[in-house]
Design a protein around this ligand. Structure first.
Ligand code: ZN
Length: 316
């Protein structure tokens, strides 16, 4: 990121970035070189009320920083990201009351009158780690977040991977850890990866929040098993140059070493490039620690929407 500097009207263009979360919307106006010149947080309530407040924020600053040539949105999901779909740009089937079917992309695009790109919060975090963080200079990398849920963003050849829509690797299945009979917490699948290994699943399984469990507790060994198994599948499917792991559960830094150790055993040296054999480098912590990575990813999307960098996405 660039050094902070004074911005004057006319220094633009400026870009609109939104991180849409289940509890709050982070909104920011960025200079093209990555300085935040205005920002706010808006509580997530009803869609109309929330999105009106978002548009009002950008409207208040439009005279000084507008017009915005591009906007980017990093949103909770699942999302319809298929440009051929009638509901392209909508949040679909979320348990968040009132939000299923909300076309967040169209609302922002029409409200701001600018080219707008939407992606998932985890894909945006992955994008940000590639542009500004631990996966800089990688053409293909993954970002895994392990917190209240489990999400995996995959950037392949510089863009987030997806066919009909974004992958949901957090809801795939893995072999059980030895002795694990926990039913699983996912309301849809019970014992998918998220159902077995997200923070609330750890709390439910062990009767204690992960942050209060001691380093010696067997919970961490089991957690490392699931995260290593997830990395194992990602490595042989995607062949990423980096797997960046973030999220609240990985505040426990010793987990990185445990995951690498288990992963090394699982891989058993099969079909690995010399770079992939270096697990210290392959599996790492996020490089972005100060700004919300999803918001930075939204800024990167806004730049693409504005035509300021390459990108073969559907932009209008
Ligand atoms: Zn699930």
């Amino acid at each position: 990121m660039a050094e902070r500097k004074q911005h004057r009207p006319g220094d633009g263009p400026y870009l609109a970035a939104i991180e849409a979360g289940g509890t709050k919307f982070n909104c920011a106006i960025f200079s093209v070189d990555g300085d935040v010149v205005a920002e706010t947080r808006i509580p997530t309530t009803e869609p109309d009320e929330t999105l009106s407040a978002v548009l009002a924020f950008f409207g208040q600053h439009a005279e000084k920083y507008g017009p915005f040539p591009g906007a980017g949105i990093a949103s909770f999901g699942p999302l319809d990201l298929d440009p051929a779909s009638a509901t392209f740009g909508s949040i679909v089937s979320t348990p968040k009351p009132g939000w299923s079917g909300t076309n967040i992309r169209n609302t922002i695009r029409e409200g701001l009158g600018t080219a707008t790109l939407l992606d998932t919060d985890v894909n945006c975090a992955a994008l940000a780690e590639g542009r500004f963080g631990a996966a800089r200079d990688c053409s293909t990398h993954c970002y895994i977040t392990i917190g209240t849920g489990i999400g995996v963003g995959i950037i392949a050849n510089g863009e987030s991977l997806g066919g009909t829509t974004h992958p949901e690797l957090g809801h795939t299945r893995l072999p059980r850890a030895p002795g694990d009979t926990y039913q699983g917490l996912c309301p849809y699948h019970e014992d998918c990866v998220e159902g077995l290994a997200c923070g609330p699943a750890m709390a439910d399984r062990w009767g204690e929040r992960p942050e209060t469990l001691s380093d010696e507790h067997s919970a961490w060994d089991m957690e490392a098993h699931y995260v290593a198994a997830l990395c194992f599948n990602i490595i042989y499917t995607v062949r990423p140059e980096k797997i960046v792991i973030g999220g609240g559960v990985f505040e426990r830094k010793m987990l990185y070493g445990r995951v690498r150790q288990k992963l090394s055993g699982l891989l058993a040296g099969y079909a690995l490039t010399p770079a992939e054999q270096d697990l210290e480098s392959l599996v790492c912590a996020p490089g972005i620690t100060e700004t919300a990575p999803g918001l930075l990813g939204a800024f990167a999307l806004a730049g693409t929407a504005a035509g300021l960098d390459r990108g073969g996405r559907h932009v209008d």
